[in-house]
Write a protein that binds this ligand. Sequence first.
Ligand code: GFB
Length: 314
Amino acid sequence: MDRQSKIYVAGHTGLVGSAIVRKLREEGYTNLLIKSHKELDLTRQADVWEFFGRERPDYVFVAAAKVGGVYINDKLPAEFMYTNLAITLNVIDAAYRFGVKKLLYMGSSCIYPRMAAQPIKEECLLTGELEKTNEAYALAKISGVKMCEFYNRQYGTDFISCMPCNAYGPGDNFDPEGSHVVPALIRKFHEAKETQAGEAVIWGTGTPIREFIYIDDIADAAVFLMRHYSGNGTVNVGTGTEFSIGELAGIIQAVVGFEGKIVHDLSKPDGTPRKLVDASKIFRMGWRPKVPFEEGIRRTYRDFLENMGQYAGG
Ligand code: GFB
């Protein structure tokens, strides 16, 4: 990938896609192709073919996806399956048909079995049952990983995939029902502080364990892999640091300055008990995450405060 390459970032308005665009621009890549959802619906095969045929990108980052937290994944499995599978099928196949030199497919650590041995190695894929709350999303993402492998095998393409742990950062979705835990707790604690509510509700038992990565670190890893990695095995992207949801709540409380009580809503799902990826494969290639967790949380809270009107719906 050189500075003149034509690079298509699918999903450039999303958390991961926007960070990839930022990273590429910082690094001097100027020939970037981006299309809003309105201009190009990636679930429509004919439109995707027309776009790839006309633009003929050299490199493609597939960061387009329908994503959400544990509750919305569980509530809308048909939508999560259909949208993510359609995007996956259309973009990967078009990349092959229209001669893309290299493609990176963005997955998620929820593709691994629910009870995978920790830290989770890439080889664990498809060795056990999936977590039920995100089975639909995981199946679509597993299909993407496998499509990359199968297209490489049958057609000799250079398609790779990576599996980041839970992402967070500025520009995240702060919607109370659909968001992931980090933006959800930032918003809940901030609102409880502002209204002097005295308590804030978090979902589940607080015992599940998660590993979080700042969005610019995922973008950095994606660009790094596009430059330095080719191969069939997927690549985990993580930090090696994990927290229980209870510990996470304590960290976010301190950053936001909410001193009230935490109440648990046990009608909401816990999801996977633990999800720590083994990132030694990418570490061995020389890549490391850069943003310490509390710093990332502070940046995300600052972004929430600056753009609160928009996130809170006005
Ligand atoms: O972030 P989250 O939705 O993602 O939830 P998952 C992580 C944990 O935080 C769960 C708890 O145990 C939740 O019960 N939690 C506590 C909360 N309070 C809240 C809250 O207010 N909102 C949310 N959302 N959680 C999703 C998957 O799983 O994350 C996807 O469903 C995807 O497929 C993604 O992989 C990264 O890690 O549980």
